[in-house]
Design a protein around this ligand. Sequence first.
Ligand code: IZC
Ligand code: ZN
Length: 424
Amino acid sequence: MKANIVINKITQLIPVDEIKGPRRGIEMKNIRKIEDGIIAIYNNKIIYVGSGELPDHIQTDNDTIFIDGSGKTVLPGFVDAHTHLVHGGSRENELKMKLEGMSYMEILKSGGGILSSVKATKKATEEELAEKAMKVLDRMLKMGTTTVEAKSGYGLDVESEIKQLKVANKLNDVHPVDIVSTFLGAHAVPNEYKDDVDGFVEVVINDMIPKVSEQKLATFCDVFCEEGVFNIEQSKKILEAGKEHGLTPKIHADELYPMGGAQLSAQVGALTADHLAAAEEEGLLAMQREGVIANLLPGTSFNLNVGKYACGRQMIDMGLPVALSTDYNPGSCPTENIQLIMYLASLKYKMTAEEVISAVTINGASALGLQEKIGSLETDKNADIVILDVPNIDYILYHFGINHVDTVIKNGKIVVSDRKLIKE
Ligand code: IZC
Ligand code: ZN
């Protein structure tokens, strides 16, 4: 077999392999580290992972690209499993309100927040939305993110929700980053339904979900289950309806108030429960029993700045599989920087570098149901690989706030080299 690309002499190669995802409990920290590592790629697949030289059955020739991994750390491409990628506008005008003490929910209730992004998204054309999201994806890719989840939820009517999902699906075709779509029609209550939330829930269930499913625009169905947005009963109805139409449940759970979203995630068989900053032990135990992945978003806790963080350390110690994502969105967390999220998780949740790496690779992949294809460096998996200009994984978290990624390989193609995007 002939290799197209070989990365050799790797100072620290972390394949995050040996266990099929998600990793939970001590599995998250028990990841092997290979010195003098080597990886070979043929087309879009990994064909060898080891140390030293290539074995005899893998050949190279004049066309093979060799990348020197000395002084570098090599990891699976990062998976960002919770983003609100496609949206119009921005909300920097809310910064002043936040500094003056207005809460995220108060801003939303006054017609700002999500509703202001809804207004901007409705106004924008598909082309405008795609152009804006493309820049976000470029920034993510430069940071080492090779797969993202993208939620709708800035349309809140059939037509605009579908517009948003179509943009995400189109971007998946044209941008190197792979995109998995989530329908989040129940992201906020539009003004017209302010006094009839149940009426809006009916629209989501009877109008939106069947159309989204019929047009195969999403894999997952999500709900913003939060005090003042959608309650447990409404969230449950929506997630069950999604399931009937083939959409796997995900849930924004217990972000600000302990509503019981964690329990609900276990009850409906959600793949992930996300946020969980206010989740109580009973809910976490229910998740643990049912194998729900805790997808934590420390960047949001940091940026909301009210001092409330999920108990990531405790979750890992009780055996929950933990993933980490940016929650990229125009309001509570406008950042594409997964490495900043990794740093915050380490500092605020007290996660070790090994746990953080598991969380953004195999557990992120598992949070999208893609653990068979991505999330680890193993023979026959997709060649999604990041090369960081650091001697070991601890260094990534130690030297914070900057981008350590030097090279990104996506589906076997070099898409970032010497820190710059390679455009086709
Ligand atoms: O636009 O504020 N939390 N949804 C739930 C968000 C944050 C996104 C936003
Ligand atoms: Zn979110």
